[in-house]
Design a protein around this ligand. Structure first.
Ligand code: VGL
Ligand code: ZN
Length: 233
C-alpha cells in the first residue's frame, strides 16, 4: 500500500500533534462550565492564597469561550464563620475540629461577604456567565460544594437549576482542586451529571494529603480527569 514506503518517522509526522487517541470534547447546549471560587482570597496576596492560583485564570477564560452555559461560584462567608480558625479559641488554621456535621478543616479568615477578598478576580473574562452561586453563607455550616452544604443536606439549588435548564454534563475548573472543585465534582456525580474536571484549569491547596485523596475519590466516583486541550473550541 501507499504507506509501505514511508519510514516510521514520516508516518508519525503525518499524524496530528496530539495523536489519534485523545478525542476532543465539544461542549453543547447540555453542557455547563462551573468556575469555582476564582476569588481574590484564593489568589496571590489573598488570605488563603492557593499556590499558582492565578495561572488558572487565562486557561479558564480560554475554555469558557466554548461554553454557552457558564456558572460561577463564590465562597461567601459570614464574618465569624465556623470554618475560620479565629472562631475557635486556641485553634490555628489547617487544624481539624469536630462539628455537628463532621470533621472540619479550619481556615484563615477568607471570602467574607461583601469584602474585596470575596470578589471574583477582575481578570476573569466570561461575560456570558449566567449565574453566580454563593455558598458558605450559613454561619454554622461550611460549603465546599456548589451543590450541597457540608451538613450533607442543605442544597444550594444548583442541581435543580441545571436540571431545569436541561444541562446534563458539567466541566469543573477553578480553586481549589482538593476542596471546592473536588466536592463540587463529587456532588455533580451524585446528581447524575456527566462530570469532567479540567486539571490544568485548577490548582490545589494540598494539606494533609488532601490533593491525592481528592483525585482518588473523584476517580472512584466516575469523574473524568481531562486537560483544557481536550476541549474543542
Ligand atoms: C475553599 C477552603 C475553604 C475552596 C473554600 O474554594 O476550595 N477551600 N473555603
Ligand atoms: Zn471557605
Amino acid at each position: 500500500g501507499i504507506l509501505a514506503g514511508l519510514g516510521a518517522t514520516a508516518l508519525m509526522s503525518a499524524l496530528p500533534a496530539r495523536g489519534w487517541a485523545a478525542a476532543s470534547i465539544k461542549p453543547d447546549e447540555t453542557s455547563a462550565l462551573l468556575v469555582i471560587d476564582v476569588q481574590n482570597c484564593f489568589l496571590p496576596g489573598g488570605s488563603l492564597a492557593v499556590k499558582d492560583g492565578e495561572q488558572v485564570v487565562p486557561i479558564i477564560n480560554r475554555i469558557a469561550k466554548a461554553f454557552s452555559n457558564v456558572v460561577l461560584t463564590q465562597d461567601w462567608h459570614t464574618p465569624a464563620h465556623v470554618s475560620f480558625a479565629s472562631s475557635h479559641a486556641g485553634k490555628k488554621p489547617f487544624e481539624l475540629v469536630d462539628l455537628a456535621y463532621g470533621k472540619q478543616v479550619l481556615w484563615p479568615d477568607h471570602c467574607v461577604q461583601g469584602t474585596e477578598g470575596a470578589a471574583l478576580s477582575k481578570d476573569l473574562a466570561i461575560p456570558q456567565a449566567e449565574l453566580i452561586i454563593r455558598k458558605g453563607f450559613h454561619n454554622a455550616v461550611d460549603s465546599y460544594s456548589a451543590f450541597t452544604e457540608a451538613d450533607g443536606k442543605t442544597t444550594t439549588g444548583l442541581a435543580a437549576y441545571l436540571q431545569a435548564r436541561g444541562i446534563t454534563r458539567v466541566f469543573v475548573a477553578g480553586l481549589a482542586t482538593d476542596f471546592c472543585v473536588a466536592w463540587t465534582a463529587l456532588d455533580a456525580r451524585k446528581a447524575g451529571l456527566e462530570t469532567y474536571v479540567v486539571e490544568d484549569a485548577c490548582r490545589g491547596i494540598d494539606t494533609q494529603g488532601s490533593l491525592a485523596k481528592a483525585w482518588t475519590d473523584m476517580a472512584a466516583a466516575g469523574v473524568k480527569r481531562i486537560s483544557s486541550e481536550d476541549i474543542a473550541a
